[in-house]
Design a protein. Structure first.
Lengths: 306, 283
């Protein structure tokens, strides 16, 4: 398992390199640079600024320079936020994403999971049908529709929660809830399917024949195998939550890195955009590894090849 | 079971599936409305009506669903947005299906080192955060519709490639492929003439399921202001505009939002129904 982890971590390096290269190439292939719009600058000043950020060097040297810094974990200075490094911006914004995304996944697992189990236990009842209808609705309604609707109802009409900005727990509920919506629906559908499958298997039949109460059957025997498909869904879900937070931050005006990303892209803040893209890539790779390891820990049938 | 061919059987099963069938009918209705309603209205998507700003839905001046901040007819704009969303969905899905089928059949049929290389590439692309890349692409290279097609299509072919490869591997060991190979059919015509026709079922299913994701993706880009540019519109940009004014004029948000949701809803149900109809083993 240690060897497997090590191999995966090493295997992630070329992928990250590819992501960084792709981002670098894209940004530098586009016409225009970060400092040649807006106000008129004296040519000398423009030159000195470009020199300060190494923009006057040939492209291949800029590229090597960037990769060299990246290897140390230094993402470089931001072009737009003067005297601030990209690392500092990420350190400022990332906790917000972590809080919103983490609680969204937690909500999705708890709410969606119990919805799925309930629907499976009362299969084909009216409750089952309405829960699953709700789930299809949740999958079909995009996050950026849910979010304004939630603001409209809970902040503007009912005044229960703040409509945006960042602060205490009350600022977290609406964004996390909106972001959790589609994932809750997916989890509910998955959980219903897997619970039904597990409940039809022989060891559950045995447990029933022994006369165990339903509660014990569910908690002791059925839950763990039924959770397995959820674990493999968690990889793409986590990646989706990370990128989905871009919209959530725009709607709720949260100071996370998603907002830095869109404004950075609009302002040609090369280092900021590249830094966040690489961070997203690294996060996805890391979370996928975590999910695969978790899967193996839960399912003893999975063995790592070599 | 009486014979009647794969497609007849599939149609018979689909007809028995009420939700899928009514989704298909509703979808047809939406498409017709999107095509015809703008022709019937006296207004165009860019017509400004300064006497009727922020009109509520009603019969006033034939603005059946009211008007927006510039007095533009919401019904006509929503229908145009629907056209754009459907067009993007279809075009990008075609792009992704073409790439995915080509990639998947080549990898699956040739096997060995080629397969390893091609699928490794897909694995690497899977861990690239695509949404940021598409955002950067649209910001830097102008917000043109054609670029959005290409960008989204290039992102969404990965799933299809994987599925097609798996299916090709299963087909490869069948007798008719063996027979074709014995009679000297070349690689290219083997793929085009013998493999692809047998994959159409699964490709149709995943194409139907790709369309809603693409529509959502386009709406997402337009919502961020990176997609279709005004005065042309899409459901995503209409939702974004509506969200800005929802406090006083909730219908500006609700109309495009509901249509978008219904559209996605129908495609998902139809795709699920097609899967059950064309591939009855996988339930």
């Amino acid at each position: 398992m240690l060897r497997y982890t090590l191999r995966r971590v090493l295997g992630a390096i070329p992928t990250l390199l590819l992501i960084a290269t792709l981002a670098f190439a894209l940004l530098h292939a586009a016409p225009g640079g970060p400092f040649d719009t807006q106000k008129q600058m004296l040519p000398e000043i423009q030159k000195s600024i470009e020199h300060q950020y190494h923009l006057d060097e040939p492209l291949w040297r800029q590229y090597l320079h960037y990769l060299g810094n990246l290897a140390h974990g230094d993402l470089g200075p931001s072009f737009q936020y003067r005297n601030t490094s990209v690392n500092e911006l990420i350190a400022q914004g990332f906790p917000v994403d972590l809080a919103v995304g983490g609680s969204a996944i937690l909500i999705a697992l708890l709410v969606g999971g119990s919805m799925g189990v309930l629907a499976a236990l009362h299969r084909n009842s009216a409750g089952d049908h309405s829960l699953m209808g709700l789930a299809v609705l949740g999958i079909s309604v995009p996050v950026f529709v849910i979010a304004p609707l939630l603001i409209l109802v809970f902040a503007i009409e009912l005044h229960w929660l703040p409509p945006g900005d960042w602060g205490g727990i009350s600022h977290l509920i609406l964004p996390a809830g909106a972001l959790a919506f589609p994932y809750t629906a997916y989890v509910a559908r998955l959980m219903r399917g897997s619970t039904l499958e597990v409940m039809a298997s022989r060891f559950i039949l045995t447990a029933r024949a022994k006369g165990l109460p339903l509660r014990t059957i569910m908690l002791r025997h059925a839950l763990k195998p039924a959770l397995l498909p959820l674990i493999s869904f968690l990889g793409p879900a986590l990646a989706g939550v990370i990128t989905g937070s871009i919209v959530i931050e725009t709607v709720f005006g949260l100071p996370g890195i998603g907002r830095y990303f869109t404004t950075g892209a609009l302002n040609r803040d090369y280092t900021l955009v590249m830094g966040i893209t690489v961070l997203y890539g690294a996060l996805i790779l890391f979370l996928n590894l975590l999910v695969d390891l978790g899967y193996a820990a839960l399912d003893p049938r999975v063995r790592f090849a070599r | 079971m009486s014979g009647g061919g794969l497609w007849y059987e599939a149609w018979r099963r689909l007809r028995a599936n009420r939700p899928a069938l009514s989704s298909g009918a509703l979808l047809l209705l939406i498409v017709l409305a999107a095509l015809l309603l703008p022709l019937l209205s006296p207004y165009n998507y860019y017509t400004l009506d300064w006497n009727h700003l922020y009109l509520a839905p009603g019969w006033h001046g034939w603005h059946l669903l009211g008007t927006d901040a510039l007095g533009r007819d919401l019904l006509v704009r929503t229908m145009w947005g629907c056209r754009v969303s459907l067009l993007v969905g279809l075009a990008a899905s075609v792009v992704s299906v073409l790439i995915g089928v080509f990639w998947g059949t080549t990898a699956g049929y040739l096997g060995g080192r080629v397969d390893g290389l091609l699928m490794r590439f897909v694995d690497v692309l899977y861990s690239v955060p695509f949404i940021p890349f598409v955002i950067v692409l649209t910001v830097l290279f102008g917000r043109e519709l054609i670029l959005i097609f290409v960008a989204i299509g290039a992102v969404s072919w990965l799933d299809i490639a994987r599925i097609v490869r798996g299916q090709t591997l299963a087909l490869k060991s069948r007798e008719f492929i063996e027979a074709a190979r014995v009679s000297g059919v070349g690689t290219a015509s083997m793929i085009v003439r013998h493999l692809v026709p047998n994959l159409i079922g699964i490709v149709v299913i995943y194409a139907t399921l790709t369309i809603p994701t693409v529509i959502l993706f386009e709406a997402f880009l337009s919502f961020l202001g990176l997609g279709v540019q005004s005065p042309m519109t899409s459901l995503g940009s209409l939702v974004a505009e509506g969200a800005g004014r929802m406090q006083s004029f909730p219908h500006l948000l609700l109309v495009p939002a509901v249509l978008l949701a219904v559209l996605i809803f129908c495609f998902n149900f139809l795709g699920d129904g097609l899967r059950d109809a064309l591939d009855p083993r996988e339930r």
